[in-house]
Design a protein around this ligand. Structure first.
Ligand SMILES: Nc1ncnc2c1ncn2[C@@H]1O[C@H](COP(=O)(O)OP(=O)(O)OP(=O)(O)O)[C@@H](O)[C@H]1O
Length: 448
């Protein structure tokens, strides 16, 4: 974790861990799939690819972020690393040892050495146990038999995380959310772990106390040289505390690199979109970001090629066309909608009838297509006459109730390379990788 965050230019490198050191945690090709079942006999009808082949490392003394929107697979990755979930495939090497098939003493040692903090401190405590008992519990499980010693350690830990030694006999309901998260941290470090997995440790807390909890984690990490895997949907939090960042989308890592350079020059359109969502204190920068349309698609049926292509503001245009990128994205949004939910033409007709105070039966096809263009932010004319002809025909099909025909027409004419080619992992230098066709094309062009 970087030490002083007020000077962002000095942040990540101040306490930068030794990049040549063996990783504490080395995750390779990790997959976690869940079966989708149906019926009385739980017949498997599909697979949720929650984590679908991710690689990352955490070194001692390093804080590594796993960031992405809700549903991208971050928590599943964290739970699988901790062996709270069994991996479907891949390797999880902790201190040089593959933990996927540990048992007995080795498994107990791993559980002692890899601890976690979860998002909701309210649900992480047994309300009938004093907080001292909660903090002592992992010490008991891991072999510290003398109660008096456990109690003394618990008191020290409570003091270390900013509470009072005498709080040891109090109950969870007597503490605020922030204090409870401090107690969770005390409990997590009670066994002197080498790795701490913190899953959204501040997102349930009031914004005013988030910074102090992150600072506490930072201080403890430096004091004990712990490796931290921080799960967050919040790029602002990640920037504050991480040395390295892995950006995750729909079960895959699409970009990874040192925090400072990744924030200064994000390479993947998804990273750029996440960054644009961070509120800026500078009014000149507000609203300059690229918005993301729609939500994360289901990992039971991920899009082909680049999984982000159904939402990507920079999705590549077919070679035959060249028009405004924002208009192209809007046309793609229409295509995606037709392919997924479809368009309720009757609702469009009713809407136009209402807007124009006209009888629904009198609404023309032209008025319908204009309303659909409007809804999807598609300009009245695309800047490419061939593309415009394809779109006009497709919209005429939609207005006439021939959605399948429109869907097929758009799919055939507006096929993007991003849906047919799975982007390879491209090394873009500076210890950074990105999985995006645009970078592959750039690298290929430079090589030519
Ligand atoms: N036990 C399960 N069975 C089936 N699907 C699951 C299971 N656990 C998670 N998923 C699915 O896997 C995907 C990833 O979920 P996960 O919770 O890991 O994402 P996340 O990025 O951590 O999001 P959030 O911050 O909302 O928890 C989601 O679509 C989720 O519905």
């Amino acid at each position: 974790m970087s030490s002083e965050r007020t000077d962002s230019s000095a942040s990540a490198s101040d306490s930068a861990p030794d990049a040549s050191a063996e990783p504490l945690l080395d995750v390779v090709g990790l997959k976690k799939h869940y079966p989708v079942t149906e019926g009385l006999f739980n017949r498997q009808v599909g697979t949720v690819r929650a984590v679908d082949g991710v690689d990352f490392t955490v070194r001692a003394g390093e804080t590594v972020g796993l960031v992405g929107e809700s549903g991208c697979g971050k928590s599943t990755a964290a739970e699988t690393v901790l062996r709270l979930e069994e991996p479907t495939a891949g390797e999880i090497r902790f201190e040089g040892q593959d933990v996927t098939d540990l048992d007995g003493d080795d498994e107990r040692a791993f559980r002692r050495n890899a601890q976690h903090i979860f998002q909701d401190p309210d649900s992480s405590f047994d309300p009938r146990m004093t907080i001292g008992e909660s903090v002592m519990e992992p010490m008991r499980v891991h072999g510290l038999d003398e109660r008096a010693k456990r109690r003394a350690v618990a008191k020290n830990l409570l003091e270390r995380v900013g509470l009072d030694r005498d709080d040891v006999d109090r109950y969870p309901h007597e503490f605020s959310g922030g204090q409870k998260q401090r107690i969770s941290i005390a409990r997590a470090i009670a066994t002197n772990p080498d790795l701490l997995v913190a899953d959204e440790p501040v997102s349930a807390l009031d914004v005013s106390i988030q910074a102090s909890i992150l600072q506490l984690l930072d201080d403890l990490q430096q004091e004990f040289d712990i490796g931290v895997l921080l799960i967050s949907h919040n790029m602002g939090v990640v920037r504050e505390v991480c040395d390295r960042v892995n950006v995750m989308y729909l079960g895959e890592i699409v970009e990874s690199g040192p925090t400072e350079s990744l924030f200064a020059d994000p390479k993947h359109p998804y990273t750029r979109a996440l960054l644009s969502a961070i509120p800026s204190p500078d009014p000149r920068q507000r609203g300059s970001g690229v918005g993301l349309t729609g939500s994360v698609p289901s990992p039971a049926n991920p899009p082909s090629g680049c999984r982000f292509h159904t939402r990507c503001p920079e999705v590549v245009q077919p070679a035959d066309y060249d028009f405004d990128q924002a208009a192209w994205r809007s046309v793609m949004d229409l295509r995606v909608r037709l392919q997924t939910e479809g368009i309720d033409v009757d609702a469009v007709r009713e809407f136009v009838a209402d807007e124009t105070a006209t009888d629904a039966s009198d609404i023309s096809a032209a008025a319908m297509t204009a309303a659909i263009r409007d809804e999807f932010d598609i300009p009245d004319e695309l800047g490419d006459s061939d593309a415009e002809a394809v779109l006009s025909d497709a919209l005429a099909d939609v207005a006439a109730g021939r959605q399948e025909q429109a869907t097929d027409r758009l799919a055939a004419e507006f096929e993007t390379p991003c849906e047919t080619q799975t982007p390879a992992t491209t090394d873009v230098g500076d210890d950074r990788i990105v999985e995006c066709l645009r970078h592959e094309l750039d690298v290929a062009e430079t090589a030519d």
